[in-house]
Design a protein around this ligand. Sequence first.
Ligand SMILES: Cc1cc2nc3c(=O)[nH]c(=O)nc-3n(C[C@H](O)[C@H](O)[C@H](O)COP(=O)(O)OP(=O)(O)OC[C@H]3O[C@@H](n4cnc5c(N)ncnc54)[C@H](O)[C@@H]3O)c2cc1C
Ligand code: HEM
Length: 434
Amino acid sequence: MSTAAPTMSSTTTSPADVRPSGPAPTSGSTAPTRLLSAASREIVAATASVVAEHAEAITAVFYPKMFAENPDLLRVFNQGNQATGEQSRALAASVVAYAVHLLDPQAPSFDHVMRRIAYKHCSLGIRPEQYTIVGRNLLAAVAEVLGDAVTPAVAAAWEEVYWLFGAQLIAEEARIYAEAGVDPATPLRPYRLVRRIEETADVVSLVLEPADGEPVPATVPGQYVSVFVDLAGGRRQARQYTVSSTALGTRLQITVRRVRGVNGAPDGEVSSFLHDGLAVDDLVEVSAPAGDFVVQPSDTPLLLASAGAGITTVLPIVENIARTQPERTVIVAHADRTAQDHALRETVQHVGRQLDDFTSYTWYETVAPDDRRSRPGYMDLSEIALPDDVQVFTCGPLPFMRHVRTSLVARGVPADRIRYEVFGPDLWAAQIPS
Ligand SMILES: Cc1cc2nc3c(=O)[nH]c(=O)nc-3n(C[C@H](O)[C@H](O)[C@H](O)COP(=O)(O)OP(=O)(O)OC[C@H]3O[C@@H](n4cnc5c(N)ncnc54)[C@H](O)[C@@H]3O)c2cc1C
Ligand code: HEM
């Protein structure tokens, strides 16, 4: 590889400015710093800010290029996220953040980020050989957007970054596939819809049974599955849905909120299909459970703070605690528009009553006059008592989770005790501070 000086430079953004603000670091570190060659380190340090500034332009070129060459990938990538640009932002931000991570020996562990991407990839059946396709198109897009600035040395340095990232992801994905006993060549199983439970006007629970006669896979509460559906016109799309109950033995339940388009945007494709187009006895294809938004067995009290569809993570966790550690303290706090929109409310309450120490709080934007228990407005955690060593799991829209985190940190809850699940791809674009 040439060691020629890079030709790109910038004065507006330093590499440190583009550091991801993901979740709190977990213990240990992937520590790949020493893996990047000295020549590439220098070049990446000098060019990271320019790549960061152009990251979205690069991914805007990358995806159409890749889909034109590989139309099959349109079925694997979420076309809603393509339309809104969320996936482009997530990919761009992750590559730049990884580069910054490589350069900074003090950088917090990247393990959590790596695991999140790897789990998402596994739920979609991503295979090692596809990294060549993505890498080729991504690096071609970098060259196209940055033009002459991309000397052979610059291209080689960024190729090295890409493959360091890719190799770590491939290894993590191999581990996840092996642990789940999944052959990446056949990552999906057919499931039959056996029951629909209309939870609220906009939320339905779908109870699914394996159609291949094999048992349901083990699910750690808080994990999700990717559900693949065949849409009109031969189109196929996948979305992720939390396994909303793990208490069904031979069945698997997901709970889907219908996404309505606002300001002229179309209604959500897959959630609308699951609400309107999937009848009892129909088949869908489902991945193995994935994700690391999971509660570990411990004596620590838990606060589960959710809003809207985020309630789907709460029920399986409460069910699991009731089954395995009924003495553990659990506080659930949920925010919704109204009590009528609050899905799974009765079920969570019912299971919560099996715990020794269970408290629940609700906030509704509109509280019915006869509802004396719920609080009006947005969730305000300063109103509730919390144990000192509380561990927090939060899931809901990003502004909600930011608010939860800020108010808890202000109360002295250490940031590393707050875990969150984003129901979309923009972990980094989200700018949730660590
Ligand atoms: C880990 C994880 C767990 C999840 N768990 C759950 C769960 O338990 N329950 C649940 O209900 N959801 C869950 N989700 C969210 C779910 O995966 C889907 O994102 C959600 O159902 C919306 O999918 P959709 O196909 O209906 O919407 P999409 O078609 O993907 O649309 C998404 C948004 O993009 C907008 N959009 C689409 N096309 C355009 C366009 N051309 N121009 C402008 N805007 C556009 C739509 O209006 C909509 O607001 C989870 C997500 C993740 C990542
Ligand atoms: C080093 C290489 C790669 C990086 C850095 C990367 C990064 C990412 C990131 C950051 C996300 C969003 C994760 C989340 O927060 O949910 C993602 C999702 C995804 N990735 Fe990758 N990825 C890489 C390689 C690949 C490859 C080889 C494929 C195969 C075609 C692929 C397909 C996907 C798909 C389909 C999604 C979900 C998209 C969506 O839901 O909109 N990725 N990836």
